[in-house]
Ligand binder design. Structure first.
Ligand SMILES: Cc1cc2nc3c(=O)[nH]c(=O)nc-3n(C[C@H](O)[C@H](O)[C@H](O)COP(=O)(O)OP(=O)(O)OC[C@H]3O[C@@H](n4cnc5c(N)ncnc54)[C@H](O)[C@@H]3O)c2cc1C
Length: 290
């Protein structure tokens, strides 16, 4: 922030939306401040008006409505991790346990993550596997956008200047199901070199796949679903061989870059290995044994 910046801490949603509408060209939302403050300090971002939404209680609520869970955008990772409503979602819980360190989880929020839109965020692949929707709101309108459409380009969210993320919603998986998130990072609590989420729905004899969802972090411009792996497993019998062979297909869907966390070749190999591990854990959690 510079000396001419102004900082606002509205305590209700309407005030925040009014401020956003009034200053839409120059305002930035602040939630936990974990990413935006770094960007400001490093000179990648500048803004005159900051609207801090962390005091708006409506945006920190977690509720179940008609079988769907609604998580307010300003809910911190720690609140989400500790909430009773979220305990059945093992794919999401796994990711919440491994995001950075407790200090960042105490302040960082789910809406801040989706607004930041970094392709390496741990929480996005699990939410893609749960078919999450993002509810965004302006003074005059509310939209629900599938998360798969919300991040279509690198570090870009489908948000107008007068909109904020209100909440994230997803349905409870039905039938015999299990989920898991697997991550490898170069340092304890670090950003993922690669992260893979798997969510499975099994047949009643727990020997076949009725549905499979695979999504990955840190292997492209956005988090990526691996439709090749999904297609090759749906309808097939569960076996270590089929999981091993299908997991290799993940390379068809990803586009990792060489960077300080590893070469593209290493990340491609890692994606296959983590895909296999996440699938095995998800199946075991659904009651299967592998
Ligand atoms: C040292 C460090 C290590 C980290 N390691 C990891 C890691 O291992 N894994 C991982 O997944 N993440 C990691 N993170 C990132 C962390 O997950 C994000 O910083 C955090 O989720 C962002 O949330 P926030 O509430 O702090 O967002 P803020 O920093 O407040 O905001 C981020 C962006 O989202 C926008 N925004 C915030 N809320 C809304 C809203 N409701 N509506 C519209 N736009 C909004 C802001 O304007 C800004 O552009 C790390 C961060 C740090 C600083």
């Amino acid at each position: 922030m510079n000396s001419s910046s102004s900082y606002h801490l509205p305590c209700d949603l309407t005030s925040a939306l009014n401020l956003l509408s009034e200053h839409s060209d120059s305002a930035k939302i602040v939630a936990g401040g974990q990413s935006i403050m770094l960007l400001l300090r490093q000179g990648f971002l500048s803004s005159d008006i900051f609207i801090d939404i962390s005091d708006i209680s409506e945006l920190s609520e977690i509720s179940i409505q008609g079988g769907a869970i609604h998580v307010g955008a300003a809910t911190t990772y720690t609140s989400l991790e500790n909430s009773l409503e979220i305990q059945p979602y093992s794919v999401l819980l796994d990711s919440l346990h491994v995001i950075a360190d407790p200090q960042i989880r105490n302040l960082g929020t789910i809406g801040g993550a989706l607004g930041h839109a970094d392709p390496s965020l741990d929480i996005v692949p699990p939410l893609l596997c749960l078919d999450a929707n993002v509810v965004v709101q302006s003074l005059n309108a509310t939209r629900a956008i599938p998360l798969s459409d919300f991040h279509q380009e690198y570090m870009t969210a489908d948000l107008s200047k007068d909109e904020l993320i209100h909440s994230i919603t997803f349905n409870q998986p039905t039938g015999i199901h299990g989920g898991a998130y697997e991550k490898v990072a170069n340092v304890e609590g670090g950003w993922p070199t690669v992260g893979v989420a798997a969510q499975v729905k099994l047949g009643e004899n727990i020997d076949s796949f009725l549905d499979v969802k695979i999504a990955l972090a840190a292997v492209g411009d956005t988090a990526i679903r691996s439709y090749s792996v999904e297609k090759s497993l749906i309808g097939s019998e569960i076996s270590m061989d089929s999981i091993r062979e299908s997991s290799k297909l993940v390379c068809n869907d990803i586009d990792p870059l060489d960077d300080l966390s590893g070469s593209a070749g290493y990340k491609t190999h890692l994606a296959g290995v983590l895909c296999q591990r996440a699938l095995v854990k998800a199946i075991n959690r659904a009651g299967g044994s592998l």
